[in-house]
Design a protein around this ligand. Structure first.
Ligand code: GAL
Length: 520
């Protein structure tokens, strides 16, 4: 990651270990080739000074529950925001672009959002759906596990929230700051910062000394325009051995809501110790703990995204939505190697019928940037091409996007991967389709996803160790005649094609395009 690029000083990465300095300007070189080159080249064009509205174009909330939707917009500051067509009870702050309040009016509201600065005005429709469904686009945010694991603290979480804002990621639609395991007291750790009473006299869960005030932490995250998440398990202990929710589900849901949390990841782990034994586990056994927590969360006066984590047992994609899950892990834990990434990512084929607005397959968190699962961090071991593959595939899959790196030490290459609005739009498309694999030939694969506007997002992947040509014939994409093809990473039109579209794809790399009908 700190590698220098010969003869290309403008493409140098900021050394890993340095805090990203605001205002650092790196020239994004124009690329003539049709695939990302082997070096760590930043393909994402720098956002312009004029306003551009990004992030989710559809947002669901429940009547009467507090709303927080931060309008994401790049462009020069100061910027002012306005919205027309909001239901009673909601208001958009003209300076921060935050939509807050609560409304009891059910229905679909076509809100016209505007962002204005000295360079111009941008407008966009925001579909606000007040009803029973939330999480209408895959959650985008950060989670502490892949970097800090058991070394997480409230300070690190606050620093991640600060960095989400300072790096500008918030202006591309990134929203959640999620604490994973280790905010609770540990079962038997000798580390005093993990010790203490498990629960108070009423049975309410108590955080460990590293998290002195959970409400203050959630308030802090909200004050930055972001949402807060945390983690528990239906068993007595979390996977890391901390106190979990067994027989305290309702009390825990009440605590999460009272503190102001917006997202719960609920991890199976020690539920094995209390789940029915002595017979083959049934589907009902697998569903039960999630139904219990779903009901507890539903009773709270707050929208809380419910993320199931049980590694795909019992084909969870077939019933995750029915037990109230907004997303569910489909596999075991990811790590920062090509083997792990490709095995998990490319095994998602066939899950596409089960994804849609409000319910998403989750092939685990992102492994770009500085990761490490503990106090010692290292730059991801994925090559630049593998990282382009990772983000492209996760966007095509409509997967939750949870950054897993140390946010305070983001380098420019990683930032480029996470701030490409045309790529992120593939993930956040309101239609909510998950890409299907439509070609598998040798090491080449084509994955395609229908977008709401009738266009198709198409990834040409090369799983092999040698550069290869990958073809996307119109017949498998359901297209006929001439179409316009746009390179999404470079945000550049490639011209008109009468099928097929084919490209030379580097080892473990990707070419990600969007194919549009020609205007008639
Ligand atoms: C695992 C889970 C990880 C992380 C970890 C915490 O079971 O898959 O994502 O949450 O537990 O202990």
């Amino acid at each position: 990651m700190t590698r220098e690029l010969k003869n290309q000083p403008a493409r140098l990465l900021i050394a890993v270990g340095l805090t990203l300095a605001c205002g650092v300007v790196l020239r994004r070189p124009a690329q003539a080739a049709d695939a990302p080159p082997a070096e760590a080249v930043i393909l994402t064009p720098r956002a312009g000074p004029q306003p551009r509205l990004n992030g989710a174009r559809v947002f669901g909330l429940r009547p009467g529950h507090p709303c927080l939707y931060t309008v994401a917009a790049t462009g020069e500051r100061p910027m002012t925001f306005s919205a027309e067509g909001l239901p009673a009870g909601l208001a958009l702050d003209p300076c921060s672009g935050r939509l807050t309040g609560a409304t009891t009016e059910r229905g679909m509201f076509n809100v016209r959002v505007q962002a204005r600065n000295i360079r111009g005005t941008a407008q966009r429709a925001l579909r606000l759906v007040v009803g029973d469904q939330i999480c209408l686009t895959p959650p985008m945010g950060w989670n502490s596990w892949n970097c800090f694991a058991g070394a997480v603290t409230a300070e690190k979480v606050k620093a991640a929230a600060d960095a989400m804002v300072a790096s500008g990621l918030i202006q591309h639609g990134w929203q959640y700051i999620n604490i994973d395991d280790f905010w609770q007291v540990h079962r038997d750790s000798t580390d005093p910062t993990l010790q203490g009473p498990h629960r108070d006299a009423q049975g309410r869960i108590l955080p460990n000394p590293r998290f002195p005030d959970m409400k203050e932490l959630a308030d802090y995250i909200h004050s930055r325009g972001l949402k807060a998440g945390l983690y528990s398990s239906p068993g007595p202990w979390t996977c890391g051995g901390c106190v979990a929710s067994w027989q305290h589900e309702l009390q825990d849901a009440q605590s999460y809501a009272a503190w102001g949390f917006d997202y719960l990841k609920y991890d199976w782990c020690s539920y094995d110790d209390v789940a029915p034994r002595g017979k083959k586990r049934t589907l009902d056994d697998l569903k039960k703990p999630y139904l219990v927590m779903r009901d507890a969360l539903r009773q709270q006066p707050r929208d809380i995204v419910f993320s199931l984590c049980q590694y795909g047992m019992g084909q969870v994609w077939e019933w995750g939505a029915a037990v109230g899950g907004h997303c569910w892990r489909t596999t075991g834990d990811i790590t920062d190697t090509w083997e792990s990434l490709s095995e998990i990512g490319f095994s998602q084929a066939g899950h596409e019928p089960f994804a849609g607005p409000g319910h998403w397959n989750d092939p685990d968190m992102l492994i770009v940037g500085l990761v490490g699962w503990g106090p010692q961090l290292h730059p991801t071991r994925l090559t630049p091409h593998e990282q382009y593959t990772h983000i492209s595939l996760w966007c095509l899959l409509s997967s939750p996007l949870l950054i897993g790196c140390d946010m305070t030490r983001l380098d420019e290459f990683t930032l480029g991967l996470l701030t490409n609005d045309e790529v992120l739009e593939v993930n956040q498309d309101p239609l909510g389709r998950q890409a299907a694999r439509v070609v598998q030939e040798g090491e080449g694969e084509v994955w395609a996803k229908d977008m709401e506007d009738g266009s198709k997002a198409v990834g040409l992947f090369n799983r092999g160790a040698q550069e290869t040509r990958v073809r996307a014939p119109w017949s498998v994409l359901g297209l006929q005649g001439k179409h316009k093809v746009r390179d999404l990473w470079r945000q550049r039109n490639l011209g008109e094609f009468d099928g097929p579209f084919e490209a030379s794809v580097p080892a473990h790399g990707v070419v990600l395009v969007r194919i549009f009908k020609l205007a008639s």
